[in-house]
Design a protein around this ligand. Sequence first.
Ligand code: NAP
Length: 480
Amino acid sequence: MEKILNLIGGQHVLPASGRFLDNVDPSTGEVYSLIPDSDQRDVADAVTAARAAFPVWSGMAAEKRAAVLNKMADLIDRDWKVLAAAESRDNGKTLKLASTLDIPRASANIRFFASGIQHFASEAHLTGSEAVNYTIRAPWGVAGCISPWNLPLYLFTWKIAPALAAGCTVVAKPSELTPMTAYLFSHYAEEAGMPAGALNIVHGSGSSAGQAIVEHPDVAGISFTGGTVTGRKIAATAAPMFKKLSLELGGKNPNIVFADCDFEKTVQQSVRAAFTNQGEICLCGSRIFVEAALYEKFVAAFVQETSRLRVGNPADDSTDLGPLVTAAHRQKVEGYIALALEEGGTIAFGGRRPQVDGLPNGFFLEPTVITGLSHHCRTNQEEIFGPVVTIMPFQTEAEALEYANSTTYGLAATVFTENLSRAHRMAAQIRSGIIWINCWLYRDLRTPFGGMKQSGVGREGGWEALRFFTEAKNVCIKLP
Ligand code: NAP
């Protein structure tokens, strides 16, 4: 059985413990590869290697670092079919999605920051005729990059690319549930001519390898994407050490549909926002609020559109939803469906485990539509992170706004309306980091990405990411 290895100091190595964890294929429920069960010893080695590589990597001119990164992106593009198949098998996402979203976006992330660092400039100020002030933005050293399982290589590269472009060296930990594409990617470091130790990848569990990265005194900052509970723990560990922190956390995103929307497009986009990647995207629109006049018609059309989605083998072209990532995660999602019923909800569609030909043990779940709940019940307050969406009516714009803002999260929101003034009003008042008007997951990598409230701290993307991985220093020269 294939054994994944850590990348430390340019070498692929076994974990210090000699132990491995099982990596399960969610379509079959079977173990298909093994993951290093790394601990603080592996992390210590990785940090030593990253520290040693820092003067070399950060001392290279930006265009030279960019050339190495662009080569890595070329290698992703060269191997996209292998990477897409690996991502689909590891996570359960459809091959279609991995091929069109995850893998192309991984190389795009790298190219974007390789280009960005060559345009990254700092400020200079003339202080009257008496002084010149200028700002140096220097990489801060070793960056810890911890990423989740839902968009594995996509989010892994979203973190390591700006860190490396800025000149930091990296100790990264992908999710133990989806380590395969980061492992395949680890071979590109040498092939692309990256100095040994600039990128280190330590696999293993969050509580062991992840926690060790956060605790290590020589890791100057952490870029983390994952759940809010984990983010809180990381913040509690990192704050007394004054580490730089970027936390991209959970969401419970409202999708607000006004009666004046473009109906067909709204239904189609809302279904996409609810169920893409089995609903396992932090940005999924999982609470749909529909203006009362349109409510019945919307629910009927939404259910009809959902009923066309095919749950099945993620490798099949006709499949829209693959299995959920683990048996435990499916159980958690099913727990929320049961809770929704207890809270007085009605299942308008789905809610069961479908039979998938040839894959009786996969972690499949039907896309599920629930109506009849209040906006403040637990089902509508807590992140489910699966193929479950709720639909509720609202009477007025003020009510829609109140419902939208009624959770502790503030990651993304979607508004469907043809009324431009209303769109602006809603965008100004919804408390979330991203507002999509008449679209969903339409991304421009230059924009600031991140959440308000318990959806996170800081912003990534564009200059924000390059600023995060660098520290500003003011130099003031007094003129004679
Ligand atoms: P998670 O359980 O918080 O794990 C995220 C990463 O942190 C994994 O690599 C995990 O390792 C690691 N980890 C766990 N405990 C740790 C600790 N004590 N110290 C350091 N690292 C630790 O999240 P997930 O279940 O993988 O991902 C789903 C969550 O991510 C959802 O809440 C979703 O909304 C959020 N998310 C947010 C964004 C965003 O941009 N805001 C994007 C995608 C996902 P193991 O996997 O090995 O436990």
